[in-house]
Design a protein around this ligand. Structure first.
Ligand SMILES: Nc1ncnc2c1ncn2[C@@H]1O[C@H](COP(=O)(O)OP(=O)(O)OP(=O)(O)O)[C@@H](O)[C@H]1O
Length: 408
């Protein structure tokens, strides 16, 4: 059996918790067999690494590994995605299409969020599990495939069965072996280890010094419940790494990043909980508006100087400090230097570059805003995707897709 530490390193798994180790050991042991595995655990605990370990340590490792987010595929197309379709079987089916079960023949399919599968698809899946048979949408020909299935869920499957949302027979077929990953709050010894690793990663990514926690902040982190588990811890480490100028983080500072934290620390602005989030948000908005107003005034002055005084060198000399400030800010955001230099002769090419850069930055900041709003809503709704999707005015599936897309 491959060494546990080596596996953790190979798959980027951090932590020494006993339950985590057991889950990995179980994966290693079950890998060489063809047994179906169900990975269970709350959202964000790291379920995705288990099927990868299983596939890589199995005789199937040279064949395909396909991960499917069952919750992210629209109900109308999921059968076609999984099992393929024949040309003309529905409007838009202009060609025959192979499904994942055909493509992954000889390999492994990871069915993430398996509890989201529609009941009709569950019937098809049961058949594959029982005898390796499936039928393409719109076809009558039975095809064979040899695929190992690893599924994952963060919903209580017993409840789903009781509510008749999930077939009991399929559940038993899928969960011949069940591997449970513990919630982060139940593996407290790993919290710091993970935080330090993420802090170091983000320091490298954003080329800034690593953030560190003061002792009381470290204690605060240990006692937080982490409804979003490791995904949430990672996001917190990223937010603090990017936003905080002082790299030594106090408990007071940290508490601003822990939604619904019920600690006794003095609130920085306003009350606690959600209202505090909004108070903080409002203050941030004021600060942004204030900074923007100053920037606009600076730019107005600069433009006026250029218009009134045709001598660029003189304008540069007189506005030395302002230009230095702009230069500094822009290089921090790694914008191209050409944008910041005032050309002494008109240069259409560099003007064009400038427009492009602005557009690119705007679309990037729009994406950032979207990410920020999703994160906020998830935190506010205790990671309940249904509530967050409702609040954001998007479908649960869209939200699910975006969470995956942005790795939230
Ligand atoms: N032990 C770990 N070490 C380092 N990073 C981890 C660990 N566990 C999880 N992560 C990171 O946390 C994030 C969430 O992990 P993952 O997507 O596997 O969670 P999940 O349990 O599948 O969640 P969901 O049920 O919402 O899909 C990922 O960025 C992953 O890399």
């Amino acid at each position: 059996m491959e060494n546990l530490q080596a596996i953790k390193q190979r798959f980027g798994i951090i932590g020494n918790d006993l339950l985590l180790n057991r889950a990995i050991e179980k994966s290693i042991r079950v890998a060489p067999t063809d047994i179906s595995v169900l990975v269970a655990g709350e959202s964000g605990v790291g379920k995705e690494s288990i099927p990868k370990i299983i596939h890589q340590l199995s005789h199937r490792k040279h064949a395909k590994y396909i991960a499917v987010n069952c919750g992210a595929i629209p109900e109308g197309t999921i059968d076609s995605e999984l099992f393929g379709h024949e040309k003309g079987s529905f409007t838009g089916a202009t060609q025959d299409r192979k499904g994942y079960f055909e493509v992954a023949d000889g390999g492994t399919i990871f069915l993430d969020e398996v509890g989201e599968l529609p009941l009709t698809t569950q019937v098809r899946l049961l058949r594959v599990l029982e005898n390796g048979e499936f039928i393409k949408v719109g076809s009558s020909k039975v095809q064979k495939t040899d695929v190992r299935i690893v599924a994952a869920t963060n919903v209580n499957m017993q409840e789903a069965i009781a509510k008749e949302k999930f077939r009991e027979d399929l559940y038993y077929r899928l969960s011949t072996i069940e591997i449970h990953l513990p919630a982060l709050r139940d593996r407290k010894d790993d919290i710091h280890l993970l935080f330090r690793k993420f802090a170091a990663d983000f320091a490298q990514k954003y080329r800034m010094p690593t953030i560190r926690l003061e002792e009381n902040a470290a204690n605060l982190l240990l006692n937080y419940r982490f409804p979003g588990n490791i995904r949430q811890l990672r996001n917190i480490a990223e937010q603090i790494s990017v936003v905080e100028e002082n790299r030594m983080i106090s408990a007071e500072k940290l508490s601003q990043y822990l939604p619904n934290h019920q600690g006794n620390l003095p609130a920085v602005i306003g009350g606690t909980g959600a209202s505090n989030d909004f108070a903080t948000e409002r203050d941030i908005m004021y600060k942004i508006l204030f900074d923007m107003r100053n920037d606009i005034n600076d730019l107005k002055k600069l433009t006026l100087d250029i218009m009134q005084n045709g001598n660029i060198e003189k304008v540069q000399e007189e506005n030395h400090q302002l230009l230095e400030k702009i230069y500094e800010e822009q290089t921090k955001e790694s914008a191209p230097v050409e944008v910041l230099q005032i050309p002494s002769v008109p240069n259409t090419q560099s003007n064009y570059d400038f427009v492009e850069t602005i557009e690119e930055q705007e679309s990037l900041s729009l994406q950032d805003k979207e990410i920020e709003m999703i994160k906020k809503s998830l935190e506010k709704n205790n990671n309940k995707r249904k509530l967050a999707a409702k609040e954001l005015g998007i479908s649960e599936r869209t939200l699910y897709r975006k969470i995956k897309q942005y790795d939230l």
